[in-house]
Write a protein that binds this ligand. Structure first.
Ligand code: PLP
Length: 376
């Protein structure tokens, strides 16, 4: 039978089994236990910040960050129009309104030149997303944020280990959130983390994540605020700690694989990817993402994906823009056009197999099929 190349599989090649078994045997399978605190502190260190607060996924991580910053009904939060829906939904959970800014056509990240025109008296925060593992231009975003007194929350769900001017994703704003879903560069199966340098914010994160149980003193079951159960388990954290030990190896593999894609796709006209400057940005390539210009390539994106599928290769479309989401229209978001970059990416964009342990021969095969799919 022909080999099937999945779009992404977790690489579980280190101490995952050993640590999970240890956690199981210890009996600490809920949210207390040594792996939770160890994973939190090691991941914070990995990001170059003081505090890490583990949660059960990357979506609630964003919600918790917004709650800790006091964002709620009547507020507006600026987000990229080209992102995964979780970024927008998390804003909606607080009662605030997400406001969309189109993607930069080169980096695919939020277009920093279009942020200011969306700021109103209600704006409380900018929530940039480091798309596909490429950080945003955080100097520009932080400059705008400080001019208008706004908080900055990095949605770094896709960017573990990425850097901007040598500083890690997670340390580039007031607070940052990560996802550890199975396809992420580092995974816990399901899981997430909020990281920050700010002690007061970290205390709020811990408080709201655990149903607003007081952080100190005896348990009286008296709760002064409405909180959430967003805890991560010791079992998931055990996987996370093992993954963290392999962070450098997995990051290097993703970068190497992307460069192999570039090498094997070289010379095929009509296929494009993000554009960035390696001296400023370390892109960690969560997914090997591209878009085609059907006029040059001779086929449209869906035809190309079908050709890949027929040859046993899995791929995915890029995100649909927030402006085009019925859910967000019903919620009352302003979705007026134009969003030309988002529309281009969502109509013509796709990502190719991206597992860290992908083999060169598989990448070569994928690129060969793309080459043969192009109409000359
Ligand atoms: C940019 C972004 N934000 C948030 C999330 C949500 O993370 P999770 O699936 O862990 O809830 C994702 C997930 O892929 C994402 O890509």
């Amino acid at each position: 039978m022909e080999e099937f190349i999945p779009v992404c599989e977790p690489s579980l090649l280190g101490n995952e089994k050993k640590y999970v078994l240890d956690a199981l045997e210890s009996g600490w399978i809920s949210s207390a236990g040594k792996y939770v605190s160890e994973f939190e502190s090691q991941f914070a260190k990995f990001c170059g910040v003081e505090y890490g607060v583990g949660v059960c996924n990357g979506t609630v991580a964003i919600h918790l960050a917004l709650v800790a910053l006091g964002i709620g009904k009547g507020d507006e939060v600026i987000i990229p129009n080209f992102t995964m829906i979780a970024t927008a939904f998390a804003v909606c959970y607080t009662g605030a309104t997400p406001v969309f800014v189109d993607a930069d056509p080169n980096t695919w990240n939020i277009d920093v030149n279009k942020i200011e025109e969306k700021i109103t008296k209600k704006t409380k925060a900018i929530l940039p997303v480091h798309i596909m593992g490429l950080t945003c231009n955080m100097d520009e975003i932080n400059k705008i944020a400080s001019a208008y007194n706004l908080s900055v929350i990095e949605d770094a769900a896709e960017a573990h280990g990425a850097t901007f001017k040598g500083k890690k994703a997670g340390s580039l704003g007031d607070i940052a959130t990560f996802s550890f879903f199975a396809n992420k560069n580092l995974t816990t199966g399901e899981g997430g983390m909020v990281v920050t340098e700010n002690k007061e914010i970290a205390s709020k994160l811990k408080y709201y994540k655990n149903l607003c149980f007081p952080l100190e003193g005896a348990r009286e079951y008296k709760h002064d605020d409405i909180g959430f159960n967003y805890r991560i388990s010791n079992l998931h954290s055990a996987i996370g700690l093992a993954q963290l030990e392999k962070a450098e190896e997995y990051t290097n593999s993703r970068i190497k694989n992307f460069n192999l894609y570039l090498q094997y796709l070289n010379g095929i006209e009509g296929i494009f990817t993000q554009i960035w400057d390696n001296s400023t940005y370390k892109h960690v390539h969560w997914m090997n993402a591209f878009y085609i210009d059907p006029k040059i390539f001779g086929r449209n994106r869906d035809e190309l994906m079908e050709r890949l599928r027929e040859n046993g290769i899995d791929s995915r479309k890029l995100f649909t823009g927030m402006h085009a989401q019925k859910s967000l229209q019903k919620y009352g978001c302003t979705t007026d056009l134009p969003f030309p970059s988002t529309i281009n990416l969502s109509e013509n964009g796709f990502y190719l197999p991206s597992s860290s342990h992908l083999k060169e021969i598989q990448i070569e095969k994928v690129c060969d099929i793309i080459k043969r799919a192009k109409k000359v």
